[in-house]
Design a protein around this ligand. Structure first.
Ligand code: FES
Length: 159
């Protein structure tokens, strides 16, 4: 991971100054992805620069980071919340949770080896008919198995 140096950060953000007029939300999302790629997360120090260049607010920046699974807030892994309720357990969630622990290299309550996910469980995510269920941050995933989860994680890593 690179050190966060403001001139380098500024240069990365100023690439988007070539747009005619004020760059919009699409350019902001591209810039956030560039920052993610450069630093492994979106540095908080970039927020005032982004606010200025994209005429936006830190609230919008944070909501975009939360909405786009490929982006990480500085200091915060994604939350992978797996249902451990009875109806999902009946569909094999206990084994599924063990497989997720092996995949991420951490136990429930821990953070994956690559720092990308915090693994947690919750007793029922209130969509029992579609189990096994999990959420990644605020995004629901239904009828999951380990192969489907691997594909979701691969997609997230590609951004
Ligand atoms: S038991 Fe899993 S969603 Fe209800």
């Amino acid at each position: 991971m690179k050190n966060i140096e403001t001139p380098e950060l500024l240069e990365l953000i100023e690439r988007y100054d070539d747009y005619f007029g004020t760059p919009g939300q699409i350019e902001l999302m591209s810039c956030l992805k560039d920052l993610q790629q450069a630093y492994g997360f979106v540095p908080r120090i970039s927020y005032p620069l982004l606010e200025n260049h994209f005429q936006t607010s830190s609230k919008i920046i944070v909501s975009l980071i939360k909405r786009l699974p490929a982006l990480l807030e500085e200091g915060g892994p994604h939350t992978l919340l797996v249902c451990s309720g009875q109806r999902c357990t009946d569909k094999g969630s206990a084994q599924f949770i063990t497989e997720i622990e092996q995949l991420l290299g951490c136990k429930v309550g821990g953070v994956s080896k690559d720092g990308m996910f915090e693994l947690r469980t919750q007793n029922c995510l209130r969509r029992c008919a579609q189990g096994k269920n999990l959420n990644i941050d605020t995004d629901p995933y239904t009828e999951m198995d380990i192969d489907k989860l691997k594909k979701v994680i691969e997609t997230m890593k590609k951004g």
